[in-house]
Design a protein around this ligand. Structure first.
Ligand code: URA
Length: 190
């Protein structure tokens, strides 16, 4: 396992998959190194690629609004992605790209040691919760894995496309808020 600085450096110079050739910036993720809560998306989009920061485009603004609904701010959670470089044209990251990248995320999780992981969308849920994850059926459900409580909600981009999914997501967010209150000591008291 790498320490934080080694890991950051390895990611910044990574050439493990072809996304390295087309990226502008590696999006390492951001938030406290001891965050109790992690949000994991799919992969950087255009704005993220240009800025090197996760969830800063339209989807990111919507994610901010969703977090606000449960009194969470970006400073309190670590926000990362399944893959750290932008898939061209915002296509889904390929399995091979996810395989090449997931070790970095696992290393981040091992260093941060979160109590709660929230997958944003089916790609993260399918990799981190279980491989045949059905987001339409299973969103909002909780699973415990190695002492970490895990759930998934619809991806912010899916909620922008289909506002009909928002009421269910609001219920999921309330459940996340309750889980944070039950399991986390610092997230709501900073
Ligand atoms: N969508 C994602 O999945 N991640 C980002 O960082 C931005 C958009």
């Amino acid at each position: 396992m790498l320490n934080w600085e080694q890991l950051y450096d390895a990611c910044m110079h990574c050439q493990r998959c072809p996304l390295a050739q087309t990226r502008t910036n590696v999006v390492f993720g951001e938030g406290p190194r001891d965050a109790e809560v992690m949000f994991i998306g799919e992969g950087p989009g255009e704005q993220e690629d240009l800025s090197g920061r996760p969830f800063v485009g339209r989807g990111g603004q919507f994610l901010d609004q969703m977090m606000e609904m449960i009194d969470l701010s970006r400073e309190r959670v670590f926000i990362g992605n399944m893959v750290k470089c932008r898939p061209p044209g915002n296509r889904d990251p390929l399995n091979t790209e996810q395989e090449a990248c997931i070790g970095y995320l696992r290393n981040q999780v091992a260093l941060i040691r979160p109590k709660i992981i929230v997958c944003l969308g089916r790609i993260a849920a399918g990799r981190l919760i279980h491989s045949d994850y059905k987001i339409t059926k299973e969103h909002g459900q909780w699973v415990e894995k190695a002492g970490v409580m895990m759930t998934a909600i619809y991806h912010p981009a899916a909620l922008l496309r289909d506002p009909g999914k928002r009421p269910e997501t609001f219920a999921d967010l309330k459940s996340i808020q309750a889980m944070i209150r039950a399991r986390c000591e610092r997230t709501y008291s900073l």
